[in-house]
Design a protein around this ligand. Structure first.
Ligand code: FES
Length: 207
């Protein structure tokens, strides 16, 4: 599938949600990423034309945010957090194991197109370090064994769920959700007691 008239209509729908057209640019880029699997030149051209910016301006935005990929991404984008907390609690070991098993390094995709691997920075989920992400869904409290099983399940096409509940979908599908189109998963759980401990303590203290 490539950018077509339906995509352009959806780009215009996103623009209609904001007072200023250019405010819609980030969701628009997620939308074109959901179509092509990454930010193609055709996607940049479509965004620029619909929002009234130059292609250079759109490219500047697309190349600034790491969630926008300028290279083809596999069916699944797998992140391993290697920032301080996760690294110390096993993230470095997980990275080494998975990278070795898959035969790919940072920002590289397996030859079967199944998995793009990325070393990611802190995901603000240190409560559950070390964490991984699959298409930005969290995998909490991982270790080498659970990480290896996760990769095996993804490659075999087995049903995979985030440790927080939501089922894992493809990189393209999640990109469309991030763009702001309903995926029907709004009521799936995404937090647990450990993550809400600070909030609950503040409430208890009357803050
Ligand atoms: S260091 Fe990994 S989530 Fe914060």
């Amino acid at each position: 599938m490539a950018i077509n008239e339906q995509t352009r209509a959806e780009l215009r729908e996103l623009i209609s949600r904001y007072p200023e057209p250019r405010s819609a640019l980030l969701p628009m880029l997620h939308l074109v990423q959901s179509v092509d699997g990454y930010i193609t030149q055709a996607g940049i051209d479509a965004c620029a034309a619909e929002v009234g910016l130059t292609t250079a301006e759109v490219s500047a935005v697309a190349s600034f945010y790491t969630m926008f990929k300028r290279y083809p991404v596999g069916k699944h984008h797998v992140g391993v957090c290697v920032n301080s907390m996760c690294a110390m609690k096993g993230g470095d070991a997980i990275w080494k194991r998975i990278s070795t098993d898959l035969g790919v390094g940072h920002d590289e995709t397996t030859t079967d197109g199944q998995i793009t691997l990325e070393r990611i920075e802190c995901q603000a989920a240190c409560t559950h370090a070390p964490v991984m992400t699959v298409n930005w869904e969290f995998m909490d409290d991982m270790d080498e064994q659970s990480a290896t099983k996760l990769i095996s399940d993804l490659k075999s096409g087995a049903d995979v769920k985030s440790t927080r509940g939501p089922r894992v979908r493809t990189f393209k599908e999640v990109s469309r959700s991030i763009a702001g189109f309903d995926d029907g998963l709004v009521d799936e759980p995404a937090t647990d007691a450990a993550m809400l401990a600070g909030l609950n303590a503040a409430k208890k203290a009357g803050n």
